[in-house]
Design a protein around this ligand. Sequence first.
Ligand code: GFB
Length: 314
Amino acid sequence: MTYDLRGKRVWVAGHRGMVGSALVRRLEAESCEVLTVSRTEVDLKDQSAVRAWMAREKPDAVFLAAAKVGGILANDSFPADFLYDNLMIEANIIEAAFRSGVEKLCFLGSSCIYPKYAEQPIVESSLLTGALEPTNEWYAIAKIAGIKLAQAYRKQHDCDFISAMPTNLYGPGDNFDLNSSHVMPALIRKAHAAKLNGDPEIVVWGTGMPKREFLHVDDCADACVHLMKDYSDFEHVNVGSGEDLTILELTKLVCELVGFKGAVSHDLSKPDGTPRKLMSAEKIRGLGWSPSISLRDGLAQTYEWFKSSEFSKQ
Ligand code: GFB
């Protein structure tokens, strides 16, 4: 173990988000003190507010899970928000972590940092070797900058700041708004509504042919805690399941689990995005971590959470 979390003050930045709330759940098993702060108390885009809070609270460790996130349509529609908000959040927190002497920081990025046509499965060294996927290049550039920030503070100030790159995540606490969400929650909500309404079909964006890798958010949180405790190096680490499927195969699985037996039609006015972004899991497997929640089990659990959420009643 390179870093012992026991007895430490650990800040989960973004604690109310899907990943942040999974990290708070996972850290209950670590005998550490979890710190959180609401966005009304501290605007993470405000450098002086972040510096003041961190100077006062002095966390020992930080999980940087706060970000402006969204699916392919949201990313393509609001490039300024996705680039500016994420740059400010990560720059403020990483710089303040250095200033206030944080011992360990884990920055969370995304698999969209890789080139659109990267060789699959994508290894960490593929970063910056080709053009990005246009629909989310704004978010991708922000996340690449986050990786570089963590590396720069390690290089110049010997900060133990690491970066984890999760694949497409899903699970409890996800965003089910059909305009801003990712594909998994959107399909769950669409199939559920179509079943209840007796609709003859559900509409899937794009051709359905792109392939995506999925990881349950509780597995992601477990991987991040594992890396926080056992990884201390310059390069980022892919966090994925190592398996992918087409959007159409995913749609069939969601319809089966939800119990919707209607047809699937395609809205070809919506973008497919990158054709595939399966990440190599070799590095994190070599660090002793592997996922434990299967897609089928994770989907079923997420659907149960969705049915108890306010999204299913709208
Ligand atoms: O999950 P998603 O929005 O984001 O889209 P990305 C994945 C694929 O699912 C695309 C298709 O090919 C979509 O066209 N899709 C089909 C749908 N039906 C739907 C639907 O109803 N809603 C949505 N949202 N998609 C994101 C990046 O890319 O990946 C983010 O934009 C982030 O920045 C995230 O990196 C992990 O997987 O294409």
